[in-house]
Structures are given as structure tokens and as C-alpha cells.
Design a protein around this ligand. Structure first.
Ligand SMILES: NC(=O)c1ccc[n+]([C@@H]2O[C@H](COP(=O)([O-])OP(=O)(O)OC[C@H]3O[C@@H](n4cnc5c(N)ncnc54)[C@H](OP(=O)(O)O)[C@@H]3O)[C@@H](O)[C@H]2O)c1
Length: 301
């Protein structure tokens, strides 16, 4: 089978339901520091895009990127920690060319000023861009050092936004302290029905400092699906337009107005379209959010 056949095969597997949902517009939310609108559902690349030179897997990634960008997605998140993901994303976007242009985020994850500069230069080269939309300091590693470099890069136009990331609730207090003492544009943090701790105080701290929030691990790394596998969605949630457990979990996250964007990781085009569908639902209020959480605990206990 040639590359074109593989690509067409991957796209043909997308169900009609996912395609009809795409008729509704993707919601956007503003980055607090500038007002620039971001599509609320993005794409994570940890593991899923770390495929090296595997031809079939790269073709699957190309179909996923195509579905993502054509479906209204913009934010793509990577990291030098994710093996070959930056290179794969860069190669596929270059091969694809044209518009719509994605909004690229990556990270710096090392110690020391020189090592940080070298790593960020390598990331830009792998992603095949001169300017990166968002550079985030991964897991807060040596964050004060890298923030100094990144402020200089921002003034030179090499990076548009600065961010800090973590993926564990135990680091939320450190993140909150960091944004109190330094000004950054965005924080990337874990938040999900199974890992809800960020909702207790970190989201409020971000809102108070006008810091946007990108949510990682929205499905607990995928483990959350095991809790509801084979269970039907509650009928009240399907009446709200939710058509999968992935959308249920993403809609709960997007019910927090402090959240700017959520970045589920997947290599499957069909899952990308499912996830983008959550960005076309109306934003739900506190009442629906609480009902979702109560139901989640009941169903998954
Ligand atoms: N800064 C940090 O410290 C940090 C840490 C972790 C992650 N992240 C970022 O956040 C992103 C998301 O986190 P994550 O990838 O760890 O976990 P996740 O998004 O919570 O879960 C990913 C898993 O969910 C599955 N999945 C995705 N969409 C699905 C759907 N619609 N239906 C069924 N299964 C679905 C994927 O499998 P398939 O491939 O089969 O769809 C994959 O196994 C990462 O990719 C990365 O960019 C950052």
C-alpha cells in the first residue's frame, strides 16, 4: 500500500457522526495577556507522535494532523522530552505546507542557561520554524534561569508567549507561587475528572494574575477510559449534545472559564475529531459541571 492509500484509509475510518458535528464552529477563548483567541481543543504529542521514521505510523500522524487542522484545531503541544515528536510534527507540517497555520507550543527541559539555549534552538530547528508561539519551562526545571533567556527571546521576536508547566498535583503550589512572583502568559497543568486538584485553587490564582491555562492529561493519560469502558453515557448528557466519554471529560474541563485550551494526546484521526467535537459544545455552567462530577464518581466507583 502506498502513502496516499494509507492516508485515505485512515481518513475513511472517520465516522459520519464526527464529520457532521464539525459543522458547528469551534469555540475560542482569549489568551488573557493579549486577547488573542485560541481554539479550545488542541493536540498533545507525548508518545503519540514519537514515531521516529516508522512510515506507517508517520502516515497515521499525517492523517491526524490533517483532521485536526481541517477540523478547526490550532494548538499543538510538544517537548524535547517527547523523543522524536518535535521532528515528526515539524516534518509533517513542512510537507503539508500552506494554511491553516497551527499554533505551536514546545518546552525547555534542562538545567543551565547554555543548555537551555541550545535545546530551544534545536526545538525550533526540529519544528522547522523561526518563531515559536509558546515556549514553556517543562516541570519547572531551572525555571528562573530559562525565564531570563525567554524574556530576551520574546523581545527579539523568537518566542511569542512564555509558560510554565507541570503534570502533577504535588507541584501546583509551586506553580501558584511562581506566577505570583514572575509574570508569564500561560500555565500548562493537569486537570481531569480523575485529577481535579487544580480546580481547588490554582485556576483561581491564574485568573487573578491574568495567566491563561492549558490543560494536559485530560484523560489521566488514557487511564480514565478504563473506568467507564462499556458503560453508556448518561441520557441527560447526550441530551446536552455530548456523544462520547472523551467529550464528557473534555466538556467538564472546559466548563471552567479559567481554562484557555485543553490538549488531549492522540495519534488517531477518529479520536481527534471526537475530541474537537467537545470544542463545539456550548460551554456548560457550574450546575452541569457538578452533575458530571457526581455521575463520574458514581459510574467509575
Ligand atoms: N508538561 C507536562 O509535564 C506534560 C505531562 C504530560 C502530558 N503533557 C502534554 O499533554 C498532552 C496530553 O496528555 P497525555 O497524552 O499524557 O494524556 P491524555 O491526553 O490524558 O490521554 C491520552 C490517551 O487518551 C487516548 N485518547 C485520546 N483521545 C481519545 C478519544 N477520543 N477516545 C478514546 N481514547 C482517546 C489516547 O489514545 P489514542 O492515541 O489511541 O487515541 C492516549 O492513550 C500530552 O500529549 C502532552 O502534549 C504535558
Amino acid at each position: 500500500m502506498n502513502r496516499r492509500d494509507l492516508l485515505l484509509g485512515a481518513l475513511a475510518a472517520i465516522p459520519v457522526r464526527a464529520l457532521t458535528q464539525s459543522a458547528r464552529p469551534m469555540l475560542t477563548r482569549p489568551i488573557p495577556s493579549t486577547g488573542e483567541p485560541l481554539a479550545v481543543v488542541g493536540l498533545g504529542t507525548w508518545q503519540t507522535f514519537d514515531v521516529g521514521s516508522d512510515r506507517a505510523a508517520r502516515t497515521e500522524c499525517a492523517a491526524t494532523l490533517q483532521a485536526f487542522l481541517a477540523g478547526g484545531g490550532r494548538v499543538i503541544d510538544s517537548s524535547p522530552m517527547y523523543g522524536t515528536s518535535e521532528q515528526v510534527v515539524g516534518d509533517l507540517l513542512t510537507a503539508r505546507g500552506g494554511s491553516p497555520r497551527p499554533w505551536l507550543a514546545t518546552k525547555v527541559w534542562t538545567t543551565g542557561e547554555r543548555a537551555g539555549i541550545d535545546q530551544m534552538n534545536t526545538s525550533l530547528r526540529r519544528l522547522q520554524v523561526d518563531t515559536i508561539d509558546l515556549m514553556q519551562i517543562h516541570n519547572l526545571v531551572d525555571w528562573r534561569t530559562h525565564l531570563r533567556t525567554l524574556r530576551a527571546w520574546k523581545s527579539e521576536g523568537r518566542v511569542r508567549y512564555l509558560g510554565l508547566t507541570h503534570y502533577q498535583a504535588g507541584a501546583h503550589d509551586d506553580l501558584a507561587r511562581a506566577i505570583q512572583s514572575e509574570s508569564v502568559d500561560l500555565v500548562q497543568v493537569n486537570l481531569s475528572l480523575d485529577e481535579p486538584q487544580a480546580a481547588t485553587s490554582l485556576l483561581a490564582a491564574c485568573a487573578q494574575r491574568k495567566v491563561g491555562v492549558i490543560v494536559n492529561r485530560p484523560f489521566g493519560g488514557g487511564a480514565s477510559f478504563a473506568r467507564v469502558r462499556a458503560r453508556p453515557l448518561p441520557s441527560w448528557s447526550t441530551e446536552l449534545g455530548i456523544s462520547s466519554w472523551a467529550q464528557y471529560m473534555l466538556a467538564w474541563i472546559l466548563s471552567f472559564p479559567e481554562v484557555t485550551c485543553v490538549i488531549p494526546g492522540t495519534r488517531r484521526a477518529v479520536h481527534v475529531l471526537d475530541n474537537l467535537g467537545a470544542g463545539r459544545l456550548p460551554p456548560f455552567g457550574v450546575d452541569v459541571r457538578e452533575r458530571m462530577a457526581v455521575e463520574w464518581r458514581r459510574l467509575s466507583s
